[in-house]
Design a protein around this ligand. Structure first.
Ligand SMILES: [Zn+2]
Length: 77
């Protein structure tokens, strides 16, 4: 399955312009799937990242930490 909800030329142009992932810095694989992340730097920009990579690892970690905390609280109750 290679269908994507995103317009292909929209995120291809970002990946082609950057050539490397905004999150991990490794180059995009030819034909590999990429995602786009919006960020603010005075104005809205879009950064191309590997699918599964995120330029916001802290936010993701805090979500996991919050989940674990809720699990522990549920166990203790
Ligand atoms: Zn990456």
């Amino acid at each position: 399955m290679t269908t994507s909800p995103h317009p292909p030329d929209h995120h291809l142009s970002a990946a082609e312009r950057q050539r490397t992932c905004a999150a991990c810095g490794r180059p995009f694989e030819p034909g590999g799937r990429t995602g786009l992340e919006a960020f603010l730097d005075g104005e809205v920009h879009y950064a191309a990242v590997h699918e599964g990579c995120s330029t916001h690892p802290a936010a993701r970690e805090s979500t996991i930490a919050g989940k674990l905390r809720r699990m522990r609280t549920a166990e203790a109750a």
